[in-house]
Ligand binder design. Structure first.
Ligand code: AMP
Ligand code: GLY
Length: 427
């Protein structure tokens, strides 16, 4: 197989790394990739325009690419899958219609409500005045969400009415793109879990549950980021709870997509909150692999990834045997550029990765590039240092040990990944 991976983050490095471990994979191309994918054996970064889907289709045909795996949500929401599928190319990643589950929060909410999927109660509003009037009736805390894609920044958890009002004004002032709708959502409490599931449009199979750490600061303080660390599986997610997620959330969502004539082949990522009563509720759906959840989950996967993704693209997931996993746990700590998620500097040389790897860690690159043979920083999230071990505590410890020799100017990471108190769930 020859596989083309679209994207440039830590998620795409992890996908390329894992795909290359599949015995059937000869070559991976990454568009545009990063310093980590550039260094992978049998992996080549491409300099095509990632927004030119016709050029990608032509490349895929000329190179007889077996499968295109799309990492980020933006090309999916812009219809990359539709363009490639029309040319007869196998794609892992939903069509533009399917990507609405992430690209439009109001569309996703309507789907959940119609299918009876447990989620926060919400209202959708087209103007600030009616949104504010609704907030008045509901009181704070309350959650304000820009309807469209906002790179994880369109959500405000408002603790006061004033916060909610200014968040509504920001949405309609276009702070998150030309936005014409806002969702006002009930504030839920509990622990967040990400359950990523693979679907071929007819069947859906969950991967191991993972937990992300979104806020920049220790103790979950400060602004939200793309994710500062993750681990998998989640020790307190019981089999019963996972079965509920499958039966009450994943399966009915797939059915609701089918009812809308959507042939969903890709990842359905359920961002869940487990309420103090132990009930899973959907906070958001994403139409792609999570970042950094993927960097934590994939090192534990034993079934060849290429076979699973190809089975999704070819609607043959039911024929695949049960997904196999390594015993143990995986933990991943993100190293970021100082200042992220605000302004930060780039082009700082990075050292110590080889030493980290001799300590047994796997270092996935996100914002890195090779500049004249020197590896330098090129983004907010720079590296995701991952380790697998027998126990949860050992995996965390190994990830931090791996990280210790890695240096770049103004690097920042959270020291408390995996330290949240576990919820006391009713059996
Ligand atoms: P999202 O981009 O929808 O994942 O939201 C970003 C973050 O906001 C989530 O990870 C949650 O921590 C928080 N959040 C979103 N919706 C809610 C909600 N209804 N109640 C409480 N927190 C929420
Ligand atoms: N880690 C959160 C996301 O991928 O959306």
């Amino acid at each position: 197989m020859k596989i083309l991976v679209v994207g440039s983050g830590g998620r795409e490095h992890a996908l390329s790394w894992k795909l290359l471990q599949s015995p059937t994979v000869d070559q991976v191309f990454c568009l545009p990739g990063n310093g980590g994918t550039a260094a992978l054996e049998k992996c080549e970064n491409l300099s095509l325009d990632p927004d030119d889907f016709d050029a990608i289709a032509t490349f895929a045909q000329q190179q007889t690419i077996t499968l295109v795996v799309v990492g980020p949500e933006l090309p999916l929401a812009a219809g990359i899958t539709d363009v490639l599928q029309k040319q007869g190319i196998a794609v892992f990643g939903p069509t533009q219609a399917g990507a609405q589950i992430e690209a439009s929060k109001s569309w996703a909410k309507a789907l959940m409500e119609s299918a009876g999927i447990p989620t926060a109660k919400a209202g959708t509003f087209q103007d600030a005045a009616s949104a504010k009037a609704y907030v008045q009736t509901q009181g704070a805390p309350i959650v304000v969400k820009a309807d469209g894609l906002a790179a994880g920044k369109g959500v405000t958890v408002a603790l006061t009415l004033e916060n909610a009002f200014s968040a509504i004004d920001e949405v309609f002032a276009g702070r998150f793109g030309s936005e014409s709708q806002v969702l006002i959502e009930e504030y839920l409490t509990g622990q967040e879990v990400s359950v990523l599931a693979l679907s071929d449009g007819q069947t859906i199979r969950p991967l191991l549950p993972a937990q992300d750490h979104k806020p920049i600061g220790e103790g979950d303080t400060g602004p939200n980021t793309g994710g500062m660390g993750a681990y998998a599986p989640v020790p307190w997610m019981t089999d019963t709870l996972l079965q509920r997620v499958e039966q009450d959330i994943l399966q009915p969502t797939l059915t609701a997509l089918q009812d809308r004539q959507i042939d969903y082949r890709g990842v359905l990522y359920a961002g869940l909150i487990i309420t103090p009563e132990g009930a899973p509720k959907v906070i958001e759906f994403n139409c792609r692999f999570g970042d950094p959840e993927t960097q934590a989950v994939l090192p534990l996967l034993e079934t060849p990834l290429a076979e699973l993704l190809m089975a999704c693209a070819e609607q043959k997931l039911t024929q695949q045997p049960k997904i196999r996993w390594k015993e143990g746990f995986s933990a991943c700590v993100v190293m970021a550029s100082g200042g992220y998620p605000g302004a930060y500097q780039k082009h700082h040389p990075i050292t110590g990765i080889e030493e980290a790897e001799t300590k047994g860690a796997v270092v996935f690159h996100a914002g890195t590039q090779l500049q004249d043979q020197t590896l330098t920083t090129s983004g907010g999230r720079v590296l995701a240092v991952t380790a697998v071990a027998e126990s949860f505590e050992q995996a965390l410890q190994a990830a931090y040990q791996g990280l210790s020799p890695i240096k770049f100017q103004e690097s920042y990471y959270r020291r408390d990944i995996g330290q949240r108190k576990w919820p006391e769930l009713k059996p």
